[in-house]
Design a protein around this ligand. Sequence first.
Ligand code: HC0
Ligand code: SF4
Length: 567
Amino acid sequence: MVKIHINNREYEVPEDITVLEAAQKVGIQIPTLCHHPELEPIGACRVCVVEIEGSRTLQPACTTKVVDGMKIKTYSDRVENAVKFNLSLIMANHPNDCMYCEADARCELKKLVHKFDVEEIFPKSDIPDIFDDSSPSIQRDLSKCIKCQRCVRVCSEIQGINVYSMIDRGYHTLPQTAFDAPVYETDCISCGQCSYICPVGAIYETPDWKKVLKILERKEKILVAQTAPSTRVAIGEEFGMEPGSVSTGKMVAALRRLGFDYVFDTNFAADLTIVEEGTELIGRLKEGGPFPMFTSCCPGWINLLEKLYPEFIENVSSAKSPQQMMSAVIKSYFAEKIGVKPEDIIIVSVMPCTAKKDEIKRPQQKINDIQSTDYVITTRELAKLIKLKEINFSGLPDEEYDNPLGASTGAAILFGVTGGVMEAALRTAYEILTNEKLPKVVFEDVRGLDGVKEAEVDVKGKKIKIAVAHGMANVRRLLDDLKEGKRYYDFIEIMACPGGCIGGGGQPKSLDPEILRKRAEAIYSLDERSTIRRSHENPYIKQLYEEFLKEPNSHLAHELLHTYYTD
Ligand code: HC0
Ligand code: SF4
């Protein structure tokens, strides 16, 4: 520990942390822009400058380490003037079109400009005119870019993809793709982490909320919504609720107020996925491979597979993702039940993920030439629609999903967090393989936020080696080891985003370093509170097989619920 003074008060803080971290620990806020708790600090924006006794110049708090006896001032006329000056330099290259900006009230620059009452000292200059709408998942409007480099860093440090680098120097510098290629033509996997971390409106999810608003207002067809597992533990943050709050019932009520005729739960299809994918795993265990078998539900991972690791294509489960299984079931089984044609139904899914916008366009997932899911909006986009329609989210009653596609188990909710698909699959596979009840449903080894987790599961004497990886940089290290024969597993779960879907690129933005842990805890509490915790025990899944699909991996199940990948 070291003793330091901040604003004339003495504090004891751990050594080897930065001035910014020390200030945050003792409850003193220092403004930041380029800083993000998940990324290496670079001190680029100079908005976090502080006075340090003995130093002639102001120092960036994010890159300056504390030393014993250090005397720091986070607030003084000199600091305030410097922050204002640095913000007005940023404003000189930034348009004032906030009315049209996708960043909305989430814009970190706007908040600081208001807070510091920044005036425009410099005339506007050099605002680049680069707009990229090549991707179904993300759009880039570089006129808004403030050169914080968060997108560059998250794509390389956390995702290991390296789509962007800073091109040109000084005020002309911009995060660009190699040869200025449209982002969709690069190695981009559509994970949207760059849109999640962008402090302004320079990168954002492709705004499908506009199309959804139109179809809600026209109301020409039967409108069906489905909501992904992890949306319910995050959407409340958009309405000022504590991180980790569970708002399932309010989200369902809000979707009804918006005008959806039916609100179904993607969790139902997560249970269905477990039955289909678990059957596939059992088949491979009996027939001897191919191993490792990989999960297939994360579309960011499938993009990585097809673009950069095609040698593993035959290892990936053929099961479609729950989103796509759900829409296939809605436009077949459910359409039949209510006596309408599939083309009379519009399905909007609410996902924490931008890659899901890309997934629905996969040509091999069309059924009878019809796209299964019509639109995907992110958790952030749903919140925007709720705000636009002036629905009082926190005041809504808790409502239930519609049935038969609204009921799910504790296993299904686990899909929203890293390790959850594995845990859910093991609960079912173990019981089918052994014909015995699992002694304990919780698999601690696959829980937690470590980048790669591994375990050995004993299924009546047969040892199954499993691994779980999330955050693409971790995933790539694992895949590279597999390629070189350094590791062996039977079954591997992969999620592109840090933490799994709870950390998806379309989730509410947060600078809270604990955010993933809080959302994960909410997911585990939902599993604990469930009366049924094994996917194959979901009574509506049993009914779906009895009435329609007949049995897992049946011919019809293959037609509707399975797919293939291409390189
Ligand atoms: Fe996920 Fe999913 S769990 S990918 O993270 O499998 O997006 O939450 O909806 O499809 O169920 C995202 C979340 C889903 C799907 C499910 C899977
Ligand atoms: Fe990189 Fe993901 Fe952004 Fe694509 S969407 S540029 S892979 S962070």
